[in-house]
Design a protein around this ligand. Structure first.
Ligand code: GDP
Ligand code: PGA
Ligand code: MN
Ligand code: MN
Length: 582
């Protein structure tokens, strides 16, 4: 097979000459193709069948233990000018990067099949959607891409119509971490990734295309590609408001996106549009309209239970791929946080021994079609997207940062997003629990200089724009006992309600230098077991602590030099002055 698009055929030929596969397979995205790949991987041991009576059509994949997370230190943005990648990225000159990585690709597919995967990020007929083609030698990648994107014949037709596509070349290589690189060429709309089979490094539609390449393209074309979930909140009167929320990896996006409201909310419903990525652009009405470019969820398994995320648990009992979870004695998937069952084999396939650490890898994942989620919104397929009423930023902060606050206006909100800090998680290799700045949860994903990115965000505030209100949340505040103070999960509904009420102008707040916070009486706290001291911790501003936080934010803004927008520095100066006046 080949395509009607000569540029695509030429590229496939070029890659085949370099990588020398035994076979070339153009993916059509059919069920039969998926099943054939599963059979192949069962034979090679890439997949292990899970218990077919409890988990039909579910499989376990065990990664190489050195390849279980994104590798930020091996991820490069290769623009002509180093300054265009910015201090937030690792940079390599494009010529040097191509030379280095092509040497690793040379002959790497000998004895293997080269798969050509045409995919569409977003509903096939959406003007906001964009397409790509991933070439890979990994059947695991093909199977995951089929769940995570609109892949196959329809995508290829759109690519042939559009005449353009992002080129992503991937090979698992020999998994030697010394020969692993994830390289991005935003000016060429191209990606080259070798040496890793892990999701975020290998499923190129996701982080590499939909965030790094797309953010660069979005800046040129006047839209935004963000690391955000999208949800709809329907009230008992049948009105639905849409919220987009950016939290760093493993900080609660998937959970919030499919929340089930607590008892105190009869008649309310949360609709899921997306759990990781949001593309949005201004509509003719001045509002921001958003789509989820993905078609599935690549979610964190540990912590997922009937209590924390019942919608997620329910969708995982059929047609799912699990990566690096543990197994029970009767071959059911298992991870820390599940109240029932116990692990027999750990994520590396060893007999479970607590001395070896957790049974499931802390970054173990599930891949599942979004259609299996009970809260999946029909509007997720709407080519025009949904209008966004509120944007929420959030991080994992055990101290200082209150439960929720509202920014004063768009510029202040952009500062709040740019200033975001969060403790690192197992989603990327490296130390866990280290506080770092993670602007808009895009530190690992922005395909260009953060200072230019902040300026791009500010540029949406123009005549005729009806922009969302911007908020900041923190579900992870800890008390003196080291435990999370806020119950989180379903109870985050209480914060979402206040957010929507603020957008409508119907909820009260306490104005502070860092923004507007709810008072206890502004939140629905019915049925919660929180002491006055807990509420005090969650809903007050520690002025001294915030003064030093703002000093550190100022240093961070300075680290981008003259490219940092003046408006952001002025906003920072205003807030710092207000904090000093206390
Ligand atoms: P994502 O990677 O941003 O999509 O984050 P997830 O929703 O997968 O959550 C990552 C981890 O944080 C999981 O172990 C969750 O159980 C946990 N988590 C998510 N939401 C909350 C919350 O509201 N409170 C607490 N304490 N933990 C949460
Ligand atoms: P996450 O997505 O945000 O759900 O963790 C994967 C990642 O960011 O690596
Ligand atoms: Mn993510
Ligand atoms: Mn997630």
């Amino acid at each position: 097979m080949a395509s009607k698009l000569e540029a695509l055929n030429r590229w496939v030929d070029e890659v085949a000459r370099l990588t020398q596969p035994d076979r070339i397979h153009w993916c059509d995205g059919s069920e039969a193709e998926y099943q054939a790949l599963v059979e192949l991987m069962l034979d090679t041991g890439d997949l292990i069948e899970l218990n077919p009576s409890t988990h039909p059509n579910c499989y376990l994949h065990r990664s190489n233990p050195s390849d279980v997370a994104r590798v930020e230190h091996l991820t490069f943005v290769c623009t002509q000018e180093a300054d265009d990648a910015g201090p937030n990225n690792h940079w390599m000159a494009p010529d040097e990067a191509h030379r280095k990585i092509d040497a690793l690709f040379a002959g790497c597919m000998k004895g293997r099949t080269l798969y050509v995967i045409p995919y569409c990020m977003g509903p096939i007929d959406s003007p906001i959607a964009r397409c790509g083609v991933e070439i890979t030698d990994s059947p695991y990648v093909v199977a995951n891409m089929r769940i995570m994107t609109r892949m196959g014949v329809k995508a290829l037709e759109r690519i042939e119509r559009d005449g353009t596509f992002v080129r992503g070349l991937h090979s698992t290589g020999d998994l030697d971490p010394a020969k692993r690189f994830i390289m991005h060429f935003p000016e060429e709309r191209a990606i080259k990734s070798i040496g890793s089979g892990y999701g975020g490094n290998a499923l190129l539609g996701k982080k590499c295309h939909a965030l790094r390449i797309a953010s660069h393209q979005a800046r040129q074309e006047g839209w935004l590609a963000e690391h955000m979930l999208i949800l709809g909140i329907e009230n008992p009167q049948g009105e639905t408001h849409y919220v987009a929320a950016a939290f760093p990896s493993a900080c609660g996006k998937t959970n919030l996106a499919m929340l089930i409201p607590p008892k105190a909310y009869p008649g309310w419903k949360i609709w899921t549009i997306g759990d990781d990525i949001c593309w949005m652009q201004p509509g003719p009405d001045g509002r921001l309209w958003a789509i989820n470019p993905e078609a599935g969820f690549f979610g964190v398994a540990p912590g997922t239970s009937a209590k924390t995320n019942p919608n997620a648990l329910a969708m995982l009992d059929r047609d799912a791929i699990f990566t690096n979870v543990a197994e029970t004695a009767d071959n059911q998937p298992w991870w820390e946080g599940l109240p029932d069952g116990k692990p027999a084999k750990d994520w590396q396939g060893r007999d479970y021994d607590p001395a070896n650490g957790p049974a499931a890898h802390p970054n173990s994942r599930f891949t599942v079609s979004a259609r299996q989620c009970a809260s999946w919104s029909p509007r997720a397929e709407d080519p025009q997207g949904v209008p966004i009423s509120a944007i929420v930023f959030g991080g994992r902060r055990e101290s200082l940062v209150p439960l929720v606050f509202e920014s004063r206006d768009w510029t202040h909100g952009v500062l709040v997003g740019a200033a975001m800090g969060s403790e690192t998680t197992a989603a990327a290799t490296g130390a866990v629990g280290v506080l770092r700045r993670d602007s808009m949860a895009m530190k690992p994903f922005c395909g260009y200089n953060f200072a230019d990115y902040f300026a791009h965000w500010l540029s949406f505030d123009k005549a005729g724009a009806k922009l969302p209100k911007i908020f900041h949340v923190n579900w992870f505040r800890k008390g003196a006992d080291g435990k999370f103070v806020w119950p989180g999960f379903g109870d985050n509904m209480r914060v979402l309600e206040w957010v929507i009420e603020r957008c409508k102008g119907t909820a009260g707040a306490n104005e502070t230098p860092i923004g507007n916070l709810p008072r206890a009486q502004d939140l629905n706290l019915a049925g919660l077991d929180l002491s006055p001291a807990d509420l005090e911790l969650l809903l007050t501003v520690d002025r001294d602590g915030w003064a030093s936080e703002y000093a550190s934010i100022g240093e961070y803004l300075d680290s981008f030099g003259a490219r940092t927008p003046d408006a952001l520095r002025q906003e920072h100066a205003r807030t710092s002055a207000a904090l000093a006046q206390a």
